[in-house]
Design a protein around this ligand. Structure first.
Ligand code: ACO
Length: 333
């Protein structure tokens, strides 16, 4: 018997404020047609005034616990680049608000790859015997760092949260996480960044530049890296898992941009209709994008028990990673 981390529940939450492309076009120099053609996005959701990342994470986490039929977890991990505040981490707040106070709780910042890094972390905690159940949540309030004067980023990102409950089980069970391949390249740290608010550019002392509190991205450069790195790590993880690309039933990639998702599917030779897509409805929700896509696809019956699922993400850092699992039969909540 090989001890494994088994996916036992999923959940997601989108905040109430729906923002269409036309809403954005009324506030900045852009258009519905540019956004749809270049990104595939029709709308996204933004947190209401006063709503923080932990508020979204608690909702998604509660759903994931319910979906797994669990009321406890030994660990709560929150993947986010938009924590409630720089210190302390957001996860202890989320754990306490979910009635899981006392559990180990910490954040992971691997930007849009945070959820895949979190899966590997949760898998390590479970296989080492440190935890029996891990609640992993990806949550972002991107709207708190979007620059209203930067149309190239403001139209892409949305807010939301998604979570999974992983429990200890065996490697041959449906839902058992397979191997994971992770990577990074700090040479590209400036391609996706929030410059101020850390130790390099402090909030006290010399004032930061006017846009330094905001998220900034060199989109065109990132596009090429995203496709290349996700494709490489997909191939590497499948090889490690002893699976072939033609066995992939569902490709669930970070919802960065519809053109990136399509390029990736083409590059891998996976038919485009096997790629899950929800970026049109929710935008790029960063570390939350994969678990939101999984929760929605499971609820809609798009993901079926026994399907071979390939997960892959790319994000700031630069970071990337992929993993595989066979989809479990989850209870409908
Ligand atoms: N509306 C209208 N025009 C715009 C907009 C807008 N919202 N944004 C940019 N433009 C203009 C530009 O000014 C430029 O005009 P110019 O040719 O006159 O200079 C033109 O459109 C083309 O701009 P590009 O940046 O080259 O557009 P591109 O097709 O590359 O699309 C995008 C930009 C959507 C950002 C794309 O590059 C992309 O998706 N990149 C990857 C994003 C990604 O994967 N990020 C990583 C994950 S996210 C994370 O880690 C947090």
């Amino acid at each position: 018997m090989t001890r494994a981390a088994v996916l036992a529940g999923v959940g997601s939450y989108l905040p109430p404020r729906r923002v269409t492309n036309d809403d954005l076009a009324a506030a900045m120099d852009t258009s519905d047609s540019w956004i749809r053609t270049r990104t595939g996005i029709r709308q996204r959701f933004f947190a209401s005034e006063g709503m923080a990342t932990s508020d979204l994470a608690v909702e998604a986490g509660a759903q994931a616990l319910k979906s797994a039929g669990e009321t406890t977890a030994d660990a709560v991990v929150v993947a986010t680049m938009t924590p409630d505040r720089p210190c302390p981490g957001t996860a202890p707040t989320v754990a306490t608000r979910l009635g899981l106070g006392g559990a180990m709780a910490f954040d992971i910042n691997a930007v849009c790859t945070g959820f895949v890094y979190g899966l590997a972390t949760a898998q390590g905690l479970i296989t080492a015997g440190t935890a029996e159940r891990v609640l992993l949540i990806g949550a972002e309030t991107h709207s708190s760092v979007l620059n209203p004067d930067d149309r190239s980023t403001s139209v892409i990102f949305g807010d939301g949260a998604g979570g999974v409950l992983l429990r200890a089980g065996e490697a041959d069970e449906l839902g058992a996480l397979g191997p994971t391949v992770l990577g990074s390249d700090g040479e590209g740290a400036d391609l996706i960044t929030v410059r101020a608010g850390g130790s390099r550019q402090r909030l006290s002392g010399s004032p930061p530049g006017p846009a330094d509190h905001y998220f900034a991205m060199q989109g065109r450069a990132v596009f090429w890296h995203a496709v290349t790195r996700m494709a490489e790590s997909c191939r590497a993880v499948l090889e490690r898992a002893g699976r072939r690309l033609d066995e992939v039933d569902r490709l669930v990639s970070h919802q960065a941009n519809l053109r990136i998702i399509n390029h990736l599917a083409d590059e891998l030779g996976v038919p485009r209709d096997r790629a899950l897509v929800n970026i049109d409805r929710v935008g790029n929700t960063g570390a939350a994008s994969i678990p939101i896509a999984l929760a929605e696809a499971d609820a809609e019956g798009v993901l079926r028990a026994g399907e071979h699922v390939l997960l892959t993400a790319f994000g700031g850092g630069l970071t990337w990673g992929s993993t595989v699992l066979t989809w479990p039969g989850l209870q409908r909540t």
